[in-house]
Design a binder for this molecule. Structure first.
Ligand code: SAM
Length: 281
């Protein structure tokens, strides 16, 4: 399979580039998550000094600003120049002058043993689970011995599966925020069959498809549909969502897990786990 085919949602990113500014947490790291990244970054600077070099996987503006805040020399690797440009317009702190590499994270044309820290916000779920080993192998190659990784992953536990009837029920009987909508979308997604015979491979937009059927069948009102529908102007947003056990197991094969950081500010955020680890070579 060509390397290009190993990255998901390519069309999505061009669309996303136009809509990013309106994105909310899941698409953009929340303030709580950025604070967790910053805490770990301070520990790294404390250990390795402030002349560290960072590799940022994905054009996430919040992390570009965080690295700029600490004047950390940064290389940004992203497969989609449109996203890098679009995200550049959202920078508040950074001058956007990182060293940029347009490449697939599975094969980054940079020297080995180069970086003190590799960061990736919600990027790995855009790679087939079958390729996660190669993803970790590649970032380990690029990292210095003793270098660190900050990798955020979305995981929902088996026990949390929910179908659409149950979600509509919760919506009708509780105060329901936009964050709740994402949280229940995760729980709905977790219960879906894997697609294309790929492990944990789900279509996050499947909920919209089923909501549209519910609307046609009169099971929900237009108002309920408008609120529950996810802001994807697309019918597919493919997502790799393993269980935490699976993520722990594969991560520990490539780096020493120092901590798994979670914000408890909202149940949705408890699904966003930031793995803080160290490579031993
Ligand atoms: C960092 S991810 C996270 C976006 C968002 N927070 C989410 O949850 O989906 C988004 C960025 O990753 C880039 N990207 C996705 N798959 C990639 C791959 N295999 N190699 C390089 N860049 C990739 C996309 O172009 C996009 O700019």
């Amino acid at each position: 399979m060509q390397l290009q085919e190993k990255s998901l949602n390519k069309k999505v990113w061009n669309k996303m580039a136009q809509e990013w500014a309106v994105g909310i947490p899941i698409i953009r790291p929340s303030k709580m998550e950025v604070a967790l990244y910053e805490e770990c970054l301070q520990k790294i600077i404390h250990k390795r000094g402030d002349k560290i070099k960072a590799l940022l996987l994905g054009a996430t503006p919040e992390l570009r600003d965080l690295l700029a805040k600490y004047k950390i020399k940064t290389t940004l690797a992203d497969i989609n120049p449109n996203m890098i440009k679009a995200m550049g317009e959202l920078l508040e702190y950074s001058d956007g002058k990182e060293d940029v590499v347009i490449a697939n994270w599975l094969k980054i044309p940079s020297k080995s043993n180069e970086f003190d820290v590799v960061l990736c916000d919600h990027g790995i779920h855009h790679i087939f689970f079958e390729e996660w080993g190669n993803f970790f192998k590649e970032i380990k190659r690029l990292s210095k011995n003793g270098g660190y990784v900050l990798n955020s992953v979305v995981t929902v536990e088996e026990a949390e599966k929910l179908d659409l009837e149950q979600i509509v029920d919760v919506y009708r009987n509780n105060i329901f925020t936009l964050e709740n909508r994402w949280y229940y979308a995760y729980r709905f997604c977790c219960g879906l069959k894997d697609i294309e015979n790929k492990r944990f491979y789900k279509n996050l937009a499947e909920m919209n498809l089923q909501l549209r059927n519910f609307l046609k069948q009169g099971k929900i009102s237009q108002k309920e549909f408008n609120f529950l529908e996810l802001p994807f102007a697309i019918s597919e947003f493919k997502f790799v969502m393993p269980t935490k056990e699976e993520v722990d197991e594969i991560s520990a094969k490539y780096f020493k897990i120092k901590s798994v950081n979670v914000s408890f500010a909202h149940p949705m955020l408890t699904c966003h786990k930031i793995y803080f680890g160290q490579f031993e070579k």
